[in-house]
Design a protein around this ligand. Structure first.
Ligand SMILES: NC(=O)C1=CN([C@@H]2O[C@H](COP(=O)(O)OP(=O)(O)OC[C@H]3O[C@@H](n4cnc5c(N)ncnc54)[C@H](O)[C@@H]3O)[C@@H](O)[C@H]2O)C=CC1
Ligand SMILES: O=C(O)C(=O)COP(=O)(O)O
Length: 619
């Protein structure tokens, strides 16, 4: 298996660990637009640093570096388990990137046994991805790809808790499902399946199988999403009068194709045909039951290409027996496959297909490519446009926020190290200063990264965009955000980010504001995150390597003294900056160092007479 740890394997948890200099711009260039240095225009190609940054946001790529016997380092392929039949084009795409294990018809036990060896899992509707599966994965699984629309077979809550991204393929099977809905509607109306079966049994029953016409009849589309609206469009082509019920669909989209959105009661009470196209959720579970069947027009015909669970199947049998429902055509069932002796399946007025809605050659090839691209992208650390349990952030927003994402994580990491004991944190405030309208600044990524920076140093939880909010909540950490509009260039999304931690003691008292909060602030300068404020003190040091913060009496010679001690211990100083509140009183020295000074060196710094307090912080 690709990334099974071996003696020759160094396991890195992500493409870039938080202590490496991944934020160093790999290919920065500047061009000068005016004599004012602040208007230097930055041209930053994010080809390497951007994808690294985004990998860090998601931490989906569990990349292992293997050494061969000659010590040459190579990156083994991730392993993707495909547990149900997937189109060849998608499999080819996956194989070009990963080791692909196509194991169909796995028992739940077999799936749990395999999953800890896999970085991604691709399923259709037949695999139940339960909490047990995520537990058995032991943190290895980074993405579940659902090759289709409905994700009711994936425990999303568990996926989120385990920081596993779930992506689906929401568009490629829409037409197939809509066509199947129409096929069921028309074939049911003309008893095609029953007549076919009877002829094959040697009969010729022309009068028994007189059907009903659909033209002029009212069709209620329940769930006016992608499939529902395509069914509506086609039904109008058949001359039907189409109404729809969908509490979340925009009325103008319905009006545009000549469909009226109506209430649930109105839809089921007036329709001759009812076609179901909503997802299975706690709210739609068994929404068609004895009560709702009782409100339907006698002799109604029902089509279900959505999910079996939206119907109480026993109630449907009763409604068929009583004649409320004249006929039903079902592609989906509460339990799939349904029991062989299912009264519903055996009912003479019911037409059934074995969940074939998405099963056309075209749809399956499309779905396979759509999901393969999404899974490969996610394993590469890209945020997916079809993420189900993480915010979908458009690529242009992502690329713009990339350096701020690094800044946010580092500020969180710094702030938490200033807390005495590093625990007991309950309340964190993140203040964004920006010239942009608050509505046009999406801070979810930044908040997730501050959370990551705060939680990871004090726990063993890996935080990413998927589980950041959940993990914060679980740890009783309240993260609030404030946006301050400033009068600067709206060209950059954020002017500065400040992280405040309240109600804690600090091991570096100078980082406290008057309100008692630990506070640090940073900016992105020329693409590189900088620390610009510690408590009330202004500093200016790039956030690379490690950091020493030193509070001293503001007097000449301090930089030299501390610099000498570090130099004698062979600790390389990359940046130094001094900030003070009042001249000749107190100053904060922020020193960027490449190496961690040993205890002796730290002791010597502490013994410099004018040094009042100092702290060493890892970035
Ligand atoms: N049989 C099959 O092979 C296939 C089944 N499906 C199923 O079809 C259903 C629809 O798929 P899409 O149109 O792609 O999804 P979609 O997300 O585009 O549409 C679902 C619509 O249902 C609406 N909805 C949510 N709750 C509702 C409620 N309580 N009452 C009425 N409407 C509600 C939503 O607002 C949304 O507009 C899903 O359940 C999906 O799993 C989809 C493809 C193939
Ligand atoms: O996409 C959906 O929601 C479907 O129901 C299709 O399911 P399938 O991939 O054919 O098992």
């Amino acid at each position: 298996m690709a990334s099974t740890p071996s003696p020759h394997t160094t396991h890195l948890h992500s493409l870039i660990s938080s202590s490496t200099n991944h934020n160093k711009p790999s290919n920065l260039s500047f061009f000068h637009t005016s004599s004012n240095p602040s208007s230097f225009k930055l041209i930053h190609s994010f080809s390497t640093s951007f994808s690294s940054t985004i990998s860090n946001v998601l931490k989906t790529a569990d990349i292992s570096l293997s050494r061969d016997l000659n010590g040459v380092v190579s990156t083994p392929k991730p392993t993707i388990l495909v547990s149900e039949k997937l189109g060849e084009a998608g499999l080819d795409l996956l194989r070009s990137f990963a080791d692909v294990d196509c194991s169909y018809d796995l028992s739940p036990q077999d799936l749990c046994a395999k999953i800890s060896l896999c970085d991604a899992l691709i399923v259709r509707s037949g695999t139940k991805v339960t909490r047990e599966v995520f537990e058995a994965a032991q943190g290895r699984i980074k993405v579940v790809g659902r090759a289709g629309v409905g994700i009711d077979n994936v425990d999303l809550q568990a996926a989120t808790e385990f920081g596993c991204l779930v992506v689906n393929a929401p568009t490629a099977n829409t037409i197939a499902a809509a066509e199947h809905g129409i096929a069921l509607l028309t074939s049911m109306a003309r008893n095609v399946a029953q007549a076919d079966a009877s002829m094959k049994a040697g009969k010729w029953l022309r009068s028994k199988y007189v059907g009903v016409s659909v033209v002029g009849k009212t069709l209620a589309v329940m769930g006016f999403g992608k499939v529902g609206s395509e069914v509506a469009r086609r039904a109008k082509g058949l001359g039907m009068h189409v109404i729809a019920h969908d509490p979340y669909a925009p009325a103008d989209r319905a009006r545009a194709i000549g469909v009226d959105l109506v209430s649930f009661e109105q839809a089921i009470g007036t329709a001759d045909f009812i076609s179901l196209h909503m997802p299975l959720t706690p709210a739609t579970n068994k929404v068609f039951n004895d009560d709702t069947f009782a409100k339907m027009k006698k002799g109604v015909r029902l089509i279900n290409v959505a999910r079996g669970g939206v119907i109480d199947e026993d109630a449907l049998v009763r409604a068929l027996d009583s004649g409320i429902v004249a006929q039903a055509a079902l592609d989906v069932f509460t339990v799939e496959p349904p029991p062989k002796d299912s009264k519903l399946v055996q009912h003479e007025n019911v037409t059934v297909t074995p969940h074939l809605g998405a099963s056309t050659k075209e749809a399956q090839e499309g779905v396979a490519i759509e999901i393969a691209e999404a899974v490969v992208g996610a394993l590469n650390g890209e945020l997916s446009a079809t993420a189900v349990n993480a915010p979908m952030v458009p690529p242009e927003v992502l690329s713009e926020l990339a350096p701020y994402v690094v800044l946010a994580e580092k500020l969180g990491r710094l702030a938490v190290q200033l807390v005495t004991g590093g625990s007991g944190i309950q309340s964190v405030k993140v203040v964004y200063k920006s010239a942009r309208d608050p509505d046009s600044l999406d801070t979810r990524l930044l908040r997730a990264m501050v959370t990551k920076g705060i939680i990871e140093p004090i726990s063993d939880t890996i935080i990413n965009l998927v589980n950041a909010d959940f993990s914060a909540k679980q740890k009783g950490l309240r993260i609030s955000e404030e946006r301050i509009i400033v009068d600067s260039s709206p060209e950059y999304p954020v002017e500065s980010i400040q992280v405040q931690i309240s109600n804690v003691q600090s091991k570096f008292a100078s980082a406290l504001l008057e309100n008692g909060n630990i506070s640090i602030e940073g900016k992105v300068k020329y693409g590189i995150p900088h620390l610009t404020r510690v408590g009330p003190f202004s500093v200016d040091v790039s956030l690379e390597g490690n950091l020493i913060l030193c509070k001293q009496v503001d007097q000449p010679g301090m930089i030299g003294k501390v610099g000498n001690i570090l130099g004698e211990s062979n600790v390389n100083v990359s940046f130094m900056s001094v900030g003070r509140t009042v001249k000749r009183k107190h100053a904060i020295m922020a020193i960027g160092v490449d190496e961690e000074p040993d205890k002796d060196t730290q002791k010597k710094i502490g013994e410099v007479s004018a040094v009042e307090e100092f702290v060493f912080l890892k970035l």
